[in-house]
Ligand binder design. Sequence first.
Ligand code: SF4
Length: 270
Amino acid sequence: MISFQALQSVADVIVARRRLYKQRLGLCHLNAKSIMPLAANSIRNSLKSRSASSHSANPKDTDQLRPSATLADLRRAASGCRACDLWKAATQTVFGEGAAKANIMLVGEQPGDQEDRAGHPFVGPAGKLLDQALVEAGIDRSEVYVTNVVKHFKWSPAERGRRRIHKKPHYSEIQACRPWLDWELEIVKPQVLVCLGASAAQALLGKDFRVTRQRGKLIEFSLAPHVIATVHPSSILRARDDESRHSQMREFVNDLRQAARVVKRKRSVH
Ligand code: SF4
């Protein structure tokens, strides 16, 4: 049984956050009553799957999902999440990773093929490019937290061969996964939230948001003291030639420098 207190805790946090930006996202209809099933679903399914996979479902798990929950508690609970169908074709949940009190949180769309196999975010080619860009921007990756709006890899088989082709998650899947990201934000409390790519930016800032028009700008939004949107590093890998790739990389690094400047300013004030 999932305790009512555990559900209430999850719902309270989500509702409080939704209230802050409901106008921007047009989520005025969401309230504790409508959020509760969402929170309940994530937790219930995660417990169900833990017992199904021969781990004993410990009633204490629900207690861990209180405001005092840690990232490790969340990661454990999310490992068995069945709140949407994406877990079926994926290898495992790829939860966020990084410093628990990181100043910068980077949010992408979803794990890719290599992340799905490894169980860690941003470890594939796009992750390596991100590492390089962070170094160039003067940001230490050990000081950031990286995650995705959707925690399972959505893919379809290639017409030929055994490649798994990335598929964009549906709005309903992004919404189903949202409680996990809200919890990550709640615990990490980053100074700067960086949305990587249009999917992450639109999931977090609203579907009218255009990265092409607003990239690299500091946006006022309730999710974090500062929010910046930029491209996803995988788009740089798809550049048509070297010249274009170098130029896109320069712009990407400049966007990340903006985040670095905010953190530096904050440090110099304290
Ligand atoms: S994508 Fe998110 S909501 Fe869907 S099963 Fe995975 S962790 Fe749960």
